[in-house]
Design a binder for this molecule. Structure first.
Ligand code: KIV
Length: 271
């Protein structure tokens, strides 16, 4: 096994993640929402903590991320920041809080002031100006392509994206545009593994996959899925608690398998 997780010794920065991409070392991301989980992630060496708007479903009991507000996000980013020492905290911008570049700047400022080190926004080419607006002003941005849950009603459900040449081509060109606009990271959610690989090779920013196969620069899973708390878990997720027996063990096993390139395997991947 080439790599194993260990506690972080230095704060993780955008530059750390770029170096890891260049060196071919995978980094670990977990979507989590509170201080004790953030503290546990430190001990496991999780490089990126995503305070995802998935909290609408995993914590607040909604059936999509659409009802999530800025106040929800601020509350949870502050909690994660209190438990964090060295990981990079990425805060999701909720539905309709970045519809214009000016609105994005005002709301991203609040998320950064709550303790995030980066914001994440969902969407393609239309966000290039927003990415430029934020990154030029010192706010790192993670883009999010493929299945973008805030657009669930436009997409017709939580389904795999980019299966045909046309939509795959759009995702690929969106990724190139956002890279060019200065995005620092890219989440690829529920896309065929071949498309994720093409994008990862084409862009300079590191890619983080979820349901995107094993060839992205990093993986992200939601803590509820890692711990088997999801009633109908998605195909791309894995309950690591069953095997590990306790919560620290489950996080450790997830991190170890990502570093070693053994998670995800074919059973978690869309062809
Ligand atoms: O909100 C979230 O947790 C996310 C991940 C699933 C990538 O966006």
């Amino acid at each position: 096994m080439p790599y194993g997780p260990s506690a972080l010794t230095k704060p993780v920065t955008v530059q750390t993640l770029q170096r890891m991409k260049a060196d071919g070392e995978k980094f670990i991301t977990v979507a989590l929402y509170d201080a004790p989980m953030a503290a546990m992630a430190q001990k496991t060496g999780v490089e990126v903590l995503l305070v995802g708007d998935s909290l609408g479903m995993t914590v607040l009991g909604y059936d999509s991320t659409i009802p999530v507000t800025m106040d929800h996000m601020i509350y949870h980013v502050e909690a994660v920041a209190r438990g964090n020492k060295k990981s990079l905290i990425m805060g999701d911008m909720p539905f309709m809080t970045y519809a214009t570049p000016e609105q994005a700047l005002a709301n991203a400022t609040r998320i950064m002031q709550a303790g995030a080190h980066m914001v994440k926004i969902e969407g393609g080419a239309w966000l290039a100006e927003t990415v430029r607006m934020l990154t030029d002003r010192g706010i790192p941005v993670c883009a999010h392509l493929g299945l973008t849950p805030q657009s669930v009603h436009k997409l017709g459900g939580f389904r795999v994206q980019g299966r045909d040449e046309d939509t795959a081509g759009t995702i690929l060109s969106d990724a190139a545009l956002l890279d060019e606009a200065g995005a620092d990271l890219l989440v690829l959610e529920c896309v065929p593994s071949t498309l994720a690989r093409r994008i990862t090779e084409a862009v300079s920013m590191p890619t983080i996959g979820i349901g995107a196969g094993r060839d992205t620069d990093a993986q992200v899973l939601v803590i509820n899925d890692i711990l088997g708390l999801t009633e109908k878990p998605p195909k791309f997720s894995k309950n690591f608690l069953v095997e590990a027996g306790d919560i620290p063990g489950a996080l450790h096993k997830y991190a170890e398998d990502v570093k070693a390139g053994t998670f995800p395997d074919d059973s978690h991947t869309f062809g």
